[in-house]
Design a protein around this ligand. Sequence first.
Ligand SMILES: Nc1ncnc2c1ncn2[C@@H]1O[C@H](COP(=O)(O)OP(=O)(O)O)[C@@H](O)[C@H]1O
Ligand SMILES: [Mg+2]
Length: 148
Amino acid sequence: MKKTLVSHSAAQTEQIGELLAALLHRGDVVAFFGGLGAGKTAFVRGLARGLGVAGSVSSPTFSIVNVYPGSPMLCHFDMYRIDGWDDLCTTGFFDYAEDDAVLAVEWSENIEAVLPEHSIFVTIEPGETQTQRIITLEGDERLENFGD
Ligand SMILES: Nc1ncnc2c1ncn2[C@@H]1O[C@H](COP(=O)(O)OP(=O)(O)O)[C@@H](O)[C@H]1O
Ligand SMILES: [Mg+2]
């Protein structure tokens, strides 16, 4: 199942993230693709809100992973610097995946080979204006009516 949406602002991208949160279950992986400034963190901010995370969400650029209590718990990864299997293991990616959390993974390009098949793939590309983004979601049948 593949859905393409157009966002016209960071706030709208957050809203789309919040809507997606309603469809997520424990153990889900949301894998983000898209360059610097695409809006991945903005999307995760909305996702977090939708999962009931209180407080602000910032980019895990230096921490690699930020963990937020929510329902379910949210683990927000930045894989920008991750190179290879050993590196990935040290992030706790596999441990958190077993913890029944929702995993949101920025720079999934870097860990593509180990993303579970059941992941929801979110690609954010620049649109025609500075504030336009083309957001493509790919996943299972849950996405069928998403964004309609
Ligand atoms: N439609 C949009 N969706 C998301 N972000 C947008 C949009 N339009 C402009 N922006 C801006 O682009 C930047 C996206 O930053 P961020 O979410 O941190 O990107 P990334 O995590 O992909 O590097 C923010 O400065 C945000 O205000
Ligand atoms: Mg980011």
